[in-house]
Design a protein around this ligand. Structure first.
Ligand code: S3P
Length: 451
């Protein structure tokens, strides 16, 4: 399945109560980083629970193209890394498909190497802004030899003989930009500082420290984080158990909340506080989500979630919470469509530069399914219909949701169809494989009617 194949629509229909347990696939952010840092570090890295989605596999291929050895033995991925500073020049363009995280983090990782690297991707990825990563890299001495207009892919980087360490204040709430600078710093002499005014997911910091990087984080009186990393150190292979992805768990979770009578358990979900904004918001809306068996696994908090269908009420989501639930707004908008009253989501500017313009894609998808909503420049307001009466579009023409090569738009609207009066159809299911290849089977096992 890829962006060039003929689109394959999917339709979800009103379902009976969902029940049972589900173990969702590994976290996408941690899986990308496991391949990257394992491929870079000296010695062996062993990974279990890796997300085997298309996005992560692209990162694996890129690391192989630059000298890492990666193979699967049984349930475990075994990586032999090249050693920090020792990546090889790729002999062909690195193709990241649909994956912004893979592309942007790898630009940082190789940008400071004195070699040429070309980055290509699908129609969604080539439309996304890369200047946010190229700006700090340029400050470090990286040349952009070639790029499509507006600093977009396809693009080719060439690093300097010796990169300059910098101090960089991240201008938008983006873990990808923060991470790209930290990775570029690994191959620069001295200390690079990344200043992060709004905290985003901290997997890069935590995992790099685990691989032995000399890295410290200080949070000042204003809550601004100062991340200092010393370049040219040694990284050593690690053993990693990747926890379940909360951004994937979000789909069965919301499905169970809106399908009457449901009672499901989602096992082994990452509960890192930089990722749990959706759970908090849904609980404020009246969702019954029990956090069971909380534990620490490999330095991350994880838990099982028991979710029962609930009468939801609209809320105003604080804009400052956005970084902890940035990928979850599409499915939150679906939950809000079944809530009593109005849900106001603001501070959503970053949603416009995801795999699609998610703010517009969600608003159009809600509209074709009869949901009353208002799209602002960086906000979305949804007025819900408890019980889902009248909602849904049906399989014909104007009622179909345009997914714009965006996996989360596809999954969010398929969840909507499980509780709406009429079916919901999305124009293409192919992109679901980028982050959640098991989605269809896992949902069917819980009792969802999607075909
Ligand atoms: C990610 C960061 C976020 C998120 C993406 C994964 C990461 O992107 O949307 O799915 O792994 O660092 P931004 O940095 O653009 O917010």
């Amino acid at each position: 399945m890829n962006a060039h194949a003929k689109p394959t629509p999917a339709t979800a229909r009103r379902s009976d109560a969902l029940s049972g347990s589900a173990r969702i696939p590994g976290d996408k952010s941690i899986s990308h980083r496991s391949f990257m840092f394992g491929g870079l570090a000296s010695g062996e890295t062993r990974i279990t629970g890796l997300l085997e989605g298309e996005d992560v596999m692209r990162t694996g291929e890129a690391m192989k193209a630059m000298g890492a050895s990666i193979e699967k033995q049984g349930d475990e991925w075994i990586i032999r890394g090249v050693g920090n500073g020792c990546l090889l020049e790729a002999q062909a363009p690195l193709d990241f498909g649909n994956a912004g995280t893979g592309a942007r983090l790898t630009m940082g990782l190789v940008g400071t190497y004195d070699m040429k690297t070309t980055f290509v991707g699908d129609a969604s990825l080539t439309g996304r802004p890369m200047g946010r990563v190229l700006s700090p890299l340029r400050e470090m001495g990286v040349q952009v030899l070639d790029a499509a207009p507006g600093d977009r892919m396809p693009l080719t980087l060439r690093g300097p003989k010796r990169a300059a360490p910098i101090s960089y204040r991240v201008p938008m709430a983006s873990a990808q930009v923060k991470s790209a600078v930290l990775l570029a710093a690994l191959n620069a002499p001295g200390v690079t500082t990344v200043i992060e005014p709004v905290m985003t997911r901290d997997h890069t910091e935590k995992m790099l420290a685990g691989f032995g990087a000399s890295l410290e984080v200080e949070t000042d009186a204003d809550g601004v984080r100062h991340i200092r990393i010393e370049g040219e150190g040694t990284l050593t292979g690690q053993t990693i158990a990747v926890p379940g992805d909360p951004s994937s768990a979000a789909f069965p979770l919301v499905a169970a909340l809106i399908v009457p009578g449901s009672d499901i358990t989602i096992e082994n979900v990452l509960m890192n506080p930089t990722r749990t904004g959706l759970i908090l918001t849904l609980q404020e809306m009246g969702a019954s989500i029990d956090i069971m068996n909380p534990r620490n696994a490999g330095g991350e908090d994880v838990a099982d979630l028991r979710v029962r269908s609930s009468d939801l009420k609209g809320v105003t989501v604080p804009p400052e919470r956005a970084p902890t639930m940035i990928d979850e707004y599409p499915v939150l908008a679906v939950a809000a469509s079944f809530a009593e009253g109005e849900t106001v989501m603001d501070g959503l500017d970053e949603l416009r530069v995801k795999e699609s313009d998610r703010l517009a894609a969600v608003a159009r998808g809600l509209e074709v399914n009869g949901v009353d909503c208002t799209e602002g420049e960086m906000s979305l307001t949804v007025r819900g219909t408890p019980g889902g009466k009248g909602l849904g579009g049906g399989p014909n023409g104007a009622g179909v949701v345009a997914t714009h090569l965006d996996h989360r738009i596809a999954m969010a609207f398929l969840v909507m169809g499980l509780a709406s009066e009429k079916p919901v159809t999305v124009d293409d299911r192919a992109m679901i494989a980028t982050s959640f290849p098991e989605f269809m089977n896992l949902m069917a096992d819980l009792g969802a009617r999607i075909e």
